[in-house]
Design a protein around this ligand. Structure first.
Ligand code: SAM
Ligand code: SF4
Length: 473
């Protein structure tokens, strides 16, 4: 079920929400104090928690998965929909008991919700000691010191420059095979429904060399796949003053792909207005850049797209999809859809359904519209589609998508894919799971293979979400 951004570790993994983090191996003797961190929301937040862990490690705090032994509890929050915020508030109430048992325990709120609510958070949630926005993580050690004296500590300053380029993230809960690498921060797009430009600030691109160096380092440590992350990766633009050149996303993608042919490269998210032929040709040129594009459409109605300020039409989107299929014929395609945005009519909804019928997405993340305070839509338009209508349309979109994704899975039966093994199947110890180029999950008998191997697997059957197969030599 992909009611929320879901499986396949793309943008936001519902199964990882609230995951407690700790590095795989830790020298416990070094640290006298411990922090416990939970992350919610998109992959950017999970990647940010790894930057936070690195900053805390350098300041004498070790990570723990056991909140009972923590001196600091951090929650890295998401504001994208109201439900995401409610989840965090509910979670905070569960920390009350811990604080009662250990009055010196500090609770910090990080990320988008901290940025959106600022000092208000401290008034509304009395147990919170630290509120820190996504661009202020370098000041965490000072804020902790301040909070240790009994004061409340807040830093929600947004920056035009901060990219944490020089901070080497500490990989948390990693399987040692795939890692997220942030290539930019913020967003300048101002989609009218979206809170991200307000919580993550202006768009800025990270130093290209530091990105390539981080990916190379991961590869040298045994990682086999990197996912380059940004809200709008196609507008990546870095001016390299030493080389006197501008690095575009296509160039960056190529530079990462050239690290080694056995390092797989993925990226997310592409905006339909910005993805270029140059990027598509770069994907087609390099075998290790995965043939998979996440291209959120949001709606199939041009009128809705205009109100959403997406700056493209239905026709533009369809032309992009055609172009992708022309240049990369076997490209996997996924999308995001919002139902029940302000003034959406049955006809607009049918436009979304017919667009989905045309595109037949392999994967879709579908939501009903949730008004977010402060956004352009909240200020300009009335949230006038009744909730049951939003939900009914969402269900129709989900049902249609399910039939498409199942068709897409069935088309793969009989084909052979190169699968990067990510681990042992949760259901059966004798089976491994991994993903193919198109980001589909493939399960097959373990035999002599192990995590991190590339294995050619022939698919013999499928479920709605998984391809089942057998390795061939
Ligand atoms: N930057 C990416 C893009 O442009 O698609 C992703 C941004 S957002 C973290 C992920 C998805 O959340 C969006 O594509 C959109 O479908 C959904 N979303 C954002 N704001 C929403 C809202 N107010 N209500 C419902 N869904 C929303
Ligand atoms: Fe939000 Fe639009 Fe930016 Fe995506 S591109 S983060 S939906 S404003």
């Amino acid at each position: 079920m992909e009611l929320f951004e879901g499986i396949n570790n793309k943008v936001h993994d519902e199964t990882r929400q609230g995951e407690a983090f700790a590095p795989a191996v830790e020298n416990d003797h070094v640290f006298s104090k411990h922090f416990y961190i939970e992350s919610y929301g998109c992959a950017m937040n999970f990647a940010d928690s790894e930057v936070v862990a690195s900053i805390l490690h350098s300041n004498g705090f070790g990570a723990t998965k056991n909140m009972e032994e923590a001196d600091l509890i951090f929650v890295n929050t998401c504001s994208i929909r109201e439900k995401a915020e409610q989840t965090v508030r509910k979670r905070l109430t569960e920390f009350k008991r811990l604080k009662k048992n250990n009055p010196s325990l500090l609770v910090g709120v990080l990320g988008c919700m901290a940025e959106r609510l600022k000092e208000k958070f401290l008034q509304e949630e009395k147990l919170v000691d630290i509120v820190i926005g996504p661009d202020a993580y370098r000041t965490l050690p000072q804020l902790i010191q301040e909070a240790e004296t009994g004061q409340k500590a807040v830093n929600v300053l947004l920056s035009r420059e901060e990219t944490y380029a020089d901070i080497s993230p500490i990989r948390l809960n990693s399987n040692g095979v795939n890692a997220f690498v942030s290539i930019m921060r913020g967003c300048n797009n101002m989609c009218s429904f979206c809170v991200v430009p307000f919580t993550r600030g202006r768009e800025r691109s990270r130093d290209a060399e530091s990105i390539v160096a981080e990916c190379r380092d991961l590869f040298e440590k045994g990682y086999k796949e990197v996912t380059l992350l940004g809200q709008n990766v196609d507008s990546y633009h870095f001016v390299d003053e030493h080389k006197n050149e501008v690095v575009t996303f296509a160039m960056l993608l190529e530079n990462v792909a050239l690290i080694d042919p056995s390092l797989r490269v993925r990226f997310s998210t592409s905006h339909p207005k910005d993805i270029t032929d140059e990027v598509l040709y770069t994907i087609a040129k390099h075998e290790n850049i995965c043939n998979y594009i996440h291209l959120p459409v949001q709606s199939g109605s041009t009128r809705m797209l205009q109100l959403m300020n997406r700056t493209y039409t239905r026709e533009w989107y369809l032309a992009k999809v055609n172009r992708i299929k022309e240049i990369i014929p076997d490209c996997g395609l996924s999308t995001d859809v919002i139902t029940g945005f302000c003034t959406e009519t049955e006809e607009d909804h049918q436009d979304t359904m017919s667009l989905m019928e045309y595109c037949k997405f392999d994967l879709a993340y579908m939501y009903f519209y949730s008004e977010r305070p402060g956004t352009l839509a909240a200020r300009r338009f009335e949230d006038d589609v009744p909730e049951q209508v939003k939900k009914r349309r969402l269900q129709e979109v989900i049902d249609l998508h399910r039939s498409h994704s199942f068709e897409s899975m069935k088309r793969d039966v009989g084909k052979t894919f190169k699968v990067l093994v990510e681990g042992t199947s949760k259901k059966n110890d004798n089976e491994l799971y991994g993903r193919n180029d198109q980001n589909k999950v493939v399960v097959f008998p373990k035999e002599q293979y192990k995590k991190g191997d590339y294995v050619n697997v022939t698919v013999h059957s499928c479920t709605t979400g998984t391809l089942l197969g057998k390795a061939i030599n």
